[in-house]
Design a protein around this ligand. Sequence first.
Ligand SMILES: Nc1ncnc2c1ncn2[C@@H]1O[C@H](COP(=O)(O)OP(=O)(O)OP(=O)(O)O)[C@@H](O)[C@H]1O
Ligand SMILES: [Mg+2]
Length: 372
Amino acid sequence: MFLQKLRLYNFKNHEEASLIFEGKINCFLGRNGSGKTNLLDAIYYLSFTKSAINPYDLQNINYGQAGFLIKGDFKVEDKQKEVVCSYQQGEKKVIREDEQEGSRFSEHVGKYPVVLIAPQDIELIWDGSELRRRFFDSLISQLDRFYLENLITYNHQLKQRNSLLRAFAEQGKVDSDLLETYDTKLAEAGEYIHKVRKELLISFVPKFNKHYDFLVQEAKEKVDIQYKSDLTGADFISLLRKNRQRDLLLQRTTSGIHRDDFLFTLNEQELKRVGSQGQQKSFLISLKLAEFQTIAEKKNLKPILLLDDIFDKLDDFRIHQLMMLVSQGTFGQMFITDARQGRSEQILKEAGLNARLFVLENRTFKEEWLEI
Ligand SMILES: Nc1ncnc2c1ncn2[C@@H]1O[C@H](COP(=O)(O)OP(=O)(O)OP(=O)(O)O)[C@@H](O)[C@H]1O
Ligand SMILES: [Mg+2]
């Protein structure tokens, strides 16, 4: 899959931009704050119909303007596809594919897969379980539309059930039959999500281990991801019944897949506590490369790889290993940002890779070829 053309109107700091991509490797270069990451974010937006950075679309509109538009021309298996995402202040966001409006979010996600490796990935290690669930949810949603639909149902039912628990507490009486109908719906969606998360990890972890070993080349370091769930060895409906009194008392649903976590470990200890910064970075990149491989295998389509400031995060050896993967043709099209043009040029030259360079300067793009 290739993105051949990207056009932006009033998306963040890009008032108007039109970029044509011919080669496999494209670099966005320029000073801090010039809008390199925003370009990656626009590509991400076309895939996920949302920003990777700012969930509030109002703030993604160029300051003082009324709306933004992102347009991408893709080539997918020899077919031309045009995707447009636009948002006007006060209106609903619109997603159009080949002039056809009204494509649903759950139907669109997964059609134009991208994998983003970015500095904020570190939050996956440091933040609470929600981000880790979101990482795996986003991966699985790209592979399984039914999963995303179940997730939406689950979150909706969970909210409803929690409101019901609060209402019962206020009224001082409980309608057990009504609660039971909510439990059934919640359990049905929850069981499916649990099953798919569990199955995914079985195939994901070996891929992840392989990437970590390749990047790091250090036999002493053993990394792992463990799936922790209330539903392990339990069936959800029984669990809801068992915890009903507690739920009524606390006025919220205290068990379920909304509490799942994925434990990241290094030599069987929590990565957050024992991993060095470099080890944590390698862990995250391996996680994303395993994501790339999983999507590529399941969809028979290489996702677009977005590498935001990747060279900043790695030592020379790891950069070398990563570039080996690039030159072996592991990836398809990729977009790389770097504030240091010389460094990127040198890395690419050393790896023997041609690239198209887009240098952002005073809101314009200077295009160059880096040819070996
Ligand atoms: N809605 C918006 N309207 C106008 N400008 C915006 C908007 N949102 C963000 N920006 C601007 O975009 C700039 C950040 O762009 P971006 O993160 O893409 O920079 P960058 O080139 O990746 O920089 P760095 O090298 O530091 O990572 C900031 O100057 C910010 O003020
Ligand atoms: Mg940036």
